[in-house]
Design a protein. Structure first.
Length: 164
């Protein structure tokens, strides 16, 4: 079993996929966050009820406030393919404020010990709902939801408060 990531840990090397104007592009998440202050939040699935109605909208609404607190990038990670995440971003009107990072095979999610079995819902292995504040690849704070149907601990308002 992989270790669960915690405050003070470095992010592991893991490939995520983003959608660009030229199509899907793969990048090592560790390279993407190098030298930046980043808020990463993970959702069990694009378009799923809590993710779509509560978690993502909070980050959209608070994107400017987060950036005003020194956050260089807000990233949404999901064990979905890049095409689904791109459709979700477009449908949600995100307009570049949030980077959608597809962890299609769950490699990053497993590497940090945040996987959950959602087979009972027909979704297979997915990510737990969490958020983290990362500075130059090191986890500064970690917020894990105890119930996947909640977006309180990992919600944008809580992250904003944690940033001071």
């Amino acid at each position: 079993m992989d270790m669960v990531i915690k405050t003070g840990d470095k992010l592991p090397s893991a490939i995520v996929t983003t959608m660009t104007s030229e199509g899907p592009s793969q990048i090592d998440l560790r390279d993407l966050v190098a030298g930046k202050k980043v808020v990463l939040f993970a959702v069990p699935g694009a378009f799923t009820p809590t993710c779509h109605a509560h978690h993502l909208p909070g980050f959209i609404a608070n994107a400017e406030a987060l950036k005003a607190k020194g956050v260089d990038m807000i990233g949404c990670i999901s064990v979905n393919d890049v095409f689904v995440l791109d459709a979700w971003a477009r449908q949600s009107g995100v307009d570049g404020e949030i980077s959608f990072l597809a962890d299609g095979n769950g490699d990053f999610t497993r590497a940090i010990g945040m996987q959950m079995d959602a087979s009972a819902f027909g979704m297979g292995e997915r990510s737990k709902r969490y958020a983290m504040i990362v500075d130059d690849g090191t986890v500064q704070a970690m917020f894990e939801e105890q119930a996947p149907s909640q977006a309180v601990e990992s919600g944008a308002e809580n992250i904003l408060a944690a940033l001071g």
